[in-house]
Write a protein that binds this ligand. Sequence first.
Ligand code: ADP
Ligand code: MG
Length: 161
Amino acid sequence: MFTCTTHSPEETEGLAELVGKRIREGTVLCLVGDLGAGKTLFVKSLARTLGVEGSVTSPTFNLMHVYDGICPIYHFDLYRLKREEELDEIGFYEYTENAQDSEGLVIIEWPDKFPSCMPKDYVEVRIVRTGETERALTFSSVGTYYDKFVKELESFVHLSH
Ligand code: ADP
Ligand code: MG
């Protein structure tokens, strides 16, 4: 687990870019944080780094957007989700089960709305607003599968500073 502090939206974008240089298909990344924390901003920059050219916005109404980057990116936002069953209806589990063997990258905003529906293993980015333009971003591996990835990411981020 490691934490990075950013002092502007641009710094958060820079951090997401570093993550984008390391992250690959077969990863589930969950972003936790209040409204306005910077989750979507982080996803936008990450997606750009992965070669996505079209617009990246939070999938508020259909709950999932798919982007075409160096790999398919499945972006979920569970904020407006009311019932757990809706996850089944939108095919959520087809993306999160066996995600490690998939060709795509799964990104989930608001995983904490339905904690029991989240996969066993994922990379968590927890964003806390510590000032008007200051954010603390904590990266951790939930489960064990991504332990090594998070350790490598920590070294990479620190070396890039
Ligand atoms: P969320 O998806 O978490 O609700 P958004 O990414 O949509 O949040 O919005 C984050 C807002 O906070 C943006 O308006 C952004 O400009 C602002 N902001 C200010 N400082 C930062 C920072 N250090 N990191 C990320 N966003 C920041
Ligand atoms: Mg958002």
